[in-house]
Design a protein. Sequence first.
Length: 338
Amino acid sequence: MRIGSYQIDPKVILAPMAGVTDRPFRQLCRRLGAGLAVSEMTTSDASLWHTEKSRLRRDHRGEPGPIAVQIAGYDPQALAEAARYNVEHGAQIVDINMGCPAKKVCRVDSGSALLRDEALVSRICDAVVRAVEVPVTLKIRTGYSRASRNGVTIARIAEAAGIQALAVHGRTREEHYSGQAEYDTIAAIKQSVRIPVIANGDVDTPQKAAEVLRATGADAVMIGRAAQGRPWIFRQIVRYLDDGTLLPEPDAGEVRDILLGHLDDLYAFYGEGRGLRVARKHIQWYCKDHPGTEAFWTHVSRIDDAARQRAAVAQFTAAGSQGDGVQTLTKRIDALAA
């Protein structure tokens, strides 16, 4: 699949997720097989561009290209300026967010709320495409509500404005993440345009990825929540799409190594104080299927020192890799808390 001059291979993409797809997570997912990793959305409000949060979201040091940055807002000229600003800071692909269902985003008429105003969608796409020389992509849902599934119309508007690829989450804003993704709607969108279409929603196994590609005719799949705590899902999907091989889940030792490396990258990126706070949700995602997780999480969530947090995770995951049962793990956790 091509986006402008960029060949996206493999055709498995990390979805932009606020508070999740920071530089350490993007780099990890690329190392484990993702063909593209899109940044968490950045605001088009210029008054916020110099905050620490915005600075970190523009940090792409060490990332493999192409660098894809998602922008969010509602004003065409502000979004155009945000696109220019991010290209000046390293963006090689600019993605416009019209898919976020969060209340705080839709309340200010951004994200998926934009799908209610097709004329505004056209003005935004046209303004951003004209503002930069890099490829511009768009992420949408199938509509704002079940009664207004206008994804096909939006896709045609986007293509006419010069959008070069379209990612579609197969739900309306009204549904958030409930119910089943509408792959038939994604298929209809794919049939209505000539630009690449990326299918998003409920892709959580290699088999599901293959099924969604067949059902929709999409050019690629996008993985979001299924990668949280399972970044190796990318290599599993890539291998299955390549030759039908189902790679096993990584053993406990590899999970430990991946998690500890991820923690080290978070501490280095954010600094130890913020890094350990950001790390907590990742630890919970990685460890949710381990025996003894509930007791471990109760302990580790209270740790306020990065070195102790890392040591606790190392000991807990090492115990699991040695095949210890829940009782032994609980004793180790009690020892950590002592």
